[in-house]
Design a protein. Structure first.
Length: 68
């Protein structure tokens, strides 16, 4: 009984990790899309300094996600 519960908990943990990985991959794809849009619009936007700060924040978050 205890072994079955431990196996079920292990499976649940593995499933949670798999779902987390899918979510992280989607986030990375979204960050890439955001990066492309920022590059395309860079010359058209008046608030480039704010966007650059947001880009740096995104890069920091992306680096953090890579550690996971």
């Amino acid at each position: 009984m205890l072994e079955n519960r431990q196996v079920e908990q292990a499976h649940a943990g593995i499933n949670a990790l798999a779902l987390s990985q899918i979510t992280i991959n989607k986030l990375r794809e979204n960050f890439i899309d955001i990066d492309k849009l920022c590059q395309e619009c860079q010359t058209l936007i008046e608030n480039h300094d704010k966007i650059k700060l947001l880009s740096n924040t995104r890069n920091n978050l992306n680096t953090t996600l890579k550690v996971c």
